[in-house]
Write a protein that binds this ligand. Structure first.
Ligand SMILES: CC(C)(COP(=O)(O)OP(=O)(O)OC[C@H]1O[C@@H](n2cnc3c(N)ncnc32)[C@H](O)[C@@H]1OP(=O)(O)O)[C@@H](O)C(=O)NCCC(=O)NCCSC(=O)CC(=O)O
Length: 479
C-alpha cells in the first residue's frame, strides 16, 4: 500500500517529463536545425520559386478554409419555482394516477431516491394537475414551449443587444414535440424574423441533438453572408410526455426528465464573441446494431400507453459510442504525447492477442479544462466517469446540473457551461468539451475555446442557487 502511494508521485513526474519532451520534440528539432543552418545559409537555400509556392499555398488555404464560427452568448431557461416538483409531491401525485399500480409508485419512489435529482427540478404546469393526462393537451404543450423558449430568447437578445431582424439562420431541436406549424415557425412568428431566414426544425433526434444543431448552424453560416447570425434553440417539451402505464423501463423517464431549454447565438463575426467553436464531431452507432438503435425507443405498452422505453443496456451502449467518438476527437485535440501512448496501446493490443493489455485512456485534462457531459442520469455519469478516468471535479458540473435541473435533454450541457461560469471557473483560453448522448444511438462532441468569460453570476439559471453548490449527493437518499 505505502509503496504504491510513494510510486504515484514518481509516476506523475515521469509522465510530466515524457510530455514535455514529446510535445515539444518537433518545435525543438526545428529550432536546432535552424540554429545549425544559420541565417545566411537559410536565406541562400531559399529560391524565388519556394517563396512563390509558399505564397500560393497560403492564398489557397485562406480562400478555402471554412469560416471561423463564434458563440456570441447563450441563455438557459431560468426554471421558475412555481413549477418545482419536490419528490414527495411527485410520489403523492403518482398515487392519484389511477392507471399506475402501487408497485409502480414504489418503483418510482425507489428510483427517485437514487436518481441524483434534487428537490428543485421542475415539471410543466400540466403535470401538476390530476388527472394529468387530461391536461397534457396540444395547447398546454405549446404554452410550455413558449414559456421556456421565449424566456431564453428574450434573455439572450437582451444580453447581446442583438436585434431579432439581424438573425439569418434559425436551428431548433426538440425531440418529442413536433406540431404544425413547426416550432421554428412559432419563433419566426413571435419575433418577426426575416422572410429569407434559413430555418431548420429537428425532431426525434434525442438528447444529443443540441450539439447537432450547433454543427448545423456552423454549416449554414458558411453559405450566408459573412458576419450573419444564427440562433440555436435546444429544448424538450415535457407536457405531452407523461407516461401513465406500468412498464418499468418506461416509468424511468417520468423520474428523470425535467423542464429546460437554451438559446444560443452564433456568428462568423468575432465581434463581442465569448467563445470560439473549435470542433464538432458526430458519431452514430445505430447503423448495424439493433440494441443501440432501440435503446431509447418511443413506443406503446400493452395497454396502448405511449412512453419512452429506456433500455438497461443504455450505459454500456453510451460507453461504446463514447469510445467511437473519442477515437475521432482524440487526434484533433490531444497533445502528441497522449496520442502516441494511445496508438502504442492500440498496436500492442492488436499485436499481442490473448494478453490482457488494457486500452490506454488518454488524459483529457491535457486537452480540456472543462467537461460538460450530458446529465442523462446518475448511472450514465458514473459510467462516463469510469470510462474516461475522470476526477470528481471533472464531472461536478454534470452531477450538479442533474441535481438542480434534472435531465433537461439536449440543453443539459449548456446548464453545465453556465454552472462553470457561475462558479467563476472559466478563463480566457480555456477549452470546454460538451458531450451529448441520445437515441439513435448517437454520441456528439463540441469543443469551445473561451474568449471572454461571463462578467458575473447576476443573471442566469444558477443565479439564485450557485452558492449552495456543489452539494454532496449520496448514493441513496434516506427516505
Ligand atoms: C435510475 C437510476 C438512477 C437507478 O440507479 P440504481 O443505482 O438504483 O440502479 P439499478 O440499476 O440498481 O436500478 C434500480 C432498479 O431499477 C431497475 N431499472 C433500472 N434501469 C431500468 C430500466 N432501464 N428498465 C427497467 N428497470 C430498470 C433495476 O432493475 C432495479 O430494479 P430492482 O431493484 O427491482 O432489481 C440509474 O439506473 C440510472 O441513472 N439509469 C440511467 C437512466 C438513463 O437511461 N438515462 C438516459 C436517459 S436517455 C437520454 O438522456 C438521451 C435521450 O433521450 O436521447
Amino acid at each position: 500500500m505505502s509503496s504504491s502511494v510513494q510510486a504515484q508521485p514518481t509516476r506523475l513526474k515521469l509522465k510530466a517529463v515524457y510530455r514535455l519532451i514529446v510535445d515539444n520534440f518537433l518545435a525543438a528539432s526545428c529550432v536546432v536545425a535552424l540554429v545549425r543552418l544559420g541565417p545566411a545559409e537559410l536565406i541562400s537555400c531559399l529560391r524565388p520559386v519556394h517563396l512563390f509556392f509558399a505564397a500560393a499555398a497560403a492564398a489557397v488555404y485562406l480562400m478555402l478554409r471554412p469560416r471561423a464560427v463564434y458563440l456570441i452568448d447563450y441563455a438557459c431557461f431560468d426554471t421558475s419555482p412555481l413549477v418545482r416538483i419536490p419528490m414527495a409531491s411527485f410520489i403523492e401525485h403518482t398515487k392519484h394516477t389511477p392507471t399506475m399500480s402501487e408497485r409502480s409508485v414504489r418503483f418510482m419512489s425507489r428510483l427517485l431516491a437514487r436518481s441524483g435529482l434534487g428537490e428543485e427540478t421542475c415539471l410543466p404546469e400540466a403535470h401538476h394537475f390530476i388527472p394529468t393526462l387530461e391536461y397534457c393537451t396540444l395547447e398546454n404543450a405549446r404554452a410550455e414551449f413558449k414559456l421556456v423558449v421565449f424566456s431564453a430568447i428574450d434573455d439572450l437578445l437582451a444580453k447581446t443587444g442583438v436585434a431579432s431582424d439581424s438573425i439569418g439562420v434559425l436551428v431548433l431541436n426538440c425531440s418529442l414535440f413536433c406540431p404544425t406549424p413547426s416550432l421554428v415557425d412559432i419563433i419566426v412568428n413571435k419575433y418577426n424574423l426575416r422572410a429569407d431566414i434559413r430555418s431548420v426544425n429537428l425532431s426525434g433526434m434525442g438528447c444529443s441533438a443540441g450539439l447537432i444543431s450547433v454543427g448545423l448552424a456552423r454549416n449554414l453560416l458558411q453559405v450566408v453572408p459573412r458576419g450573419s447570425r444564427a440562433l440555436v434553440v435546444s429544448t424538450e417539451t415535457m407536457t405531452p410526455n407523461y407516461y401513465v402505464g406500468n412498464e418499468r423501463a418506461m416509468l424511468l423517464p417520468n423520474c428523470l426528465f425535467r423542464v429546460g431549454g437554451v438559446a444560443a447565438l452564433l456568428s462568423t463575426s468575432p465581434a463581442n464573441a465569448r467563445f470560439r467553436l473549435k470542433h464538432v464531431v458526430r458519431t452514430f452507432t445505430g447503423a448495424d446494431d439493433d440494441n443501440a438503435y432501440r435503446c431509447v425507443f418511443q413506443e406503446e405498452d400493452e395497454q396502448g400507453n405511449v412512453g419512452i422505453n429506456l433500455s438497461k443496456n443504455l450505459m454500456a451502449i453510451a460507453g461504446a459510442s463514447l469510445q467511437a467518438n473519442i477515437t475521432r476527437i482524440g487526434p484533433l485535440v490531444l497533445p502528441v504525447s497522449e496520442q502516441l501512448l494511445f496508438a502504442l496501446s492500440f498496436v500492442a493490443r492488436k499485436a499481442i492477442r490473448g494478453t490482457r493489455i488494457r486500452p490506454y485512456i488518454p488524459d483529457f485534462s491535457t486537452a480540456f479544462k472543462h467537461l460538460c457531459i450530458h446529465a442523462g442520469g446518475r448511472a450514465v455519469i458514473d459510467e462516463l466517469q469510469k470510462r474516461l478516468h475522470l476526477s470528481d471535479e471533472q464531472v461536478e458540473a454534470s452531477r450538479m446540473t442533474l441535481h438542480r435541473f434534472g435531465n433537461t435533454s439536449s440543453s443539459s450541457p449548456w446548464y453545465e457551461l453556465a454552472y462553470m461560469e457561475a462558479k467563476g471557473r472559466m478563463r480566457k483560453g480555456h477549452r470546454v468539451w460538451m458531450i451529448g448522448f441520445g437515441s439513435g444511438f448517437k454520441c456528439n462532441s463540441v469543443v469551445w475555446e473561451c474568449i471572454q468569460p461571463a462578467a458575473g453570476n447576476t443573471h442566469g439559471p444558477w443565479s439564485t442557487s450557485i452558492h449552495r453548490y456543489p452539494v454532496d449527493i449520496p448514493d441513496v437518499l434516506s427516505q
